[in-house]
Design a protein around this ligand. Structure first.
Ligand SMILES: [Zn+2]
Length: 305
């Protein structure tokens, strides 16, 4: 049974009234659980379960890393925690503003956790809240109702260490890359690095910050001593640092070819029609996101020195 079918089946058959079916998570390292999202856009069928989300269990409490694209997905993740442990959720960490990573936050409100994000996350969320909720409503219909936004109350300027009881998580806020509020989470006990959307695997990367900045951040990430990585999209875990290679090639190609297009004074449309097309076939959702990426990079590079 495919993952999506399995999820649909669980949602349909889970006993209880108003209790969400637990998201099927995988234990990728002791006490580290990941649900690998589908490579799709948010729809009524997937309810926004399209990003990788999960949790880390300490001796005292649990930290959740990203919460999914709707309240329903967040509730499924909360149930997945409950299946594994009775410990409370003390931290809900959002890796960045994108709705597939944080619209499930409200499912954890009953735990009264700290909601943790990059120092620039509240402003980004405030600016986009209406757009995100309207898009969710279009995609999910009535089921989107009751998905409130929960902003972070604990902000990371640079680095922050969280203690789950005998288990420390090292959080780091990065300069503008995928977005202007990317946060990574490193579980010291198992050497597991959660990258959020600083790492896309299989699904095409989406540039919503700075392609040049992202390449610089990737160069810094590459040097980290990491046992395994959890990408924002892709398998639950990937090999490090080899998993960076494809994304680095894509972004470098995007920057180089767009720069050349600008030097040749191509219009934006001509750039969209010509830049990076050797990458087609190497990424899921290429036709949906690649033109947007060229547009973003064209705008980014247009006035560079
Ligand atoms: Zn993202």
């Amino acid at each position: 049974m495919g993952k999506r079918l399995l999820l649909a089946w669980l949602v349909a058959c889970w006993p209880g009234w108003g209790i969400a079916a637990p998201l099927p998570v995988e234990e990728v390292a002791p006490g580290v659980f990941v649900y690998a999202g589908a490579h799709e856009e948010t729809s009524a069928a997937n309810r926004g379960a399209i990003a990788n989300v999960g949790f880390i269990v300490g001796r005292r409490c649990v930290a959740v890393v990203d919460t999914g694209g709707s309240l329903a997905v967040g509730q499924g993740l909360r149930e997945a925690v409950r299946v594994r442990t009775e410990l409370p959720v003390c931290y809900v960490i959002n890796t960045h503003v994108h709705p597939d990573h944080l619209l499930g936050n409200a499912a954890f409100a009953g735990d009264k956790p700290s909601f943790v994000g990059h120092a620039r996350l509240p402003a980004a969320l405030a600016a986009r809240a209406r757009t995100y909720l309207a898009a969710l409503s279009r995609a999910l219909g009535p089921e989107a109702g009751g998905t409130p936004l929960v902003p972070p109350d604990t902000l990371v300027q640079d680095t922050l260490t969280l203690d789950l009881g005998g288990r420390r998580l090292a959080l780091r806020a990065w300069p503008t890359a995928h977005t202007d509020q990317d946060l990574t989470v490193f579980d010291e006990q198992t050497g597991t690095l959660w990258l959020g959307d600083l790492l896309f695997v299989e699904r095409i990367p989406a540039v919503d910050g700075s392609a040049r900045g992202w390449l610089q951040v990737m160069a810094s990430l590459r040097g980290l001593a990491v046992q395994r990585a959890v990408p924002g999209h892709g398998p639950a875990t990937v090999a490090w640092p080899a998993a960076l290679d494809a994304q680095e090639r894509y972004l470098a190609t995007l920057v180089e070819e767009t720069r050349r297009a600008l030097q040749r004074r191509l219009t934006l449309q001509q750039a969209v029609d010509s830049v990076g097309h050797a990458e087609r076939g190497k990424w899921r959702l290429f036709d949906l996101y690649h033109p947007r990426n060229v547009t973003a990079v064209y705008t980014e590079l247009e006035w560079e020195d």
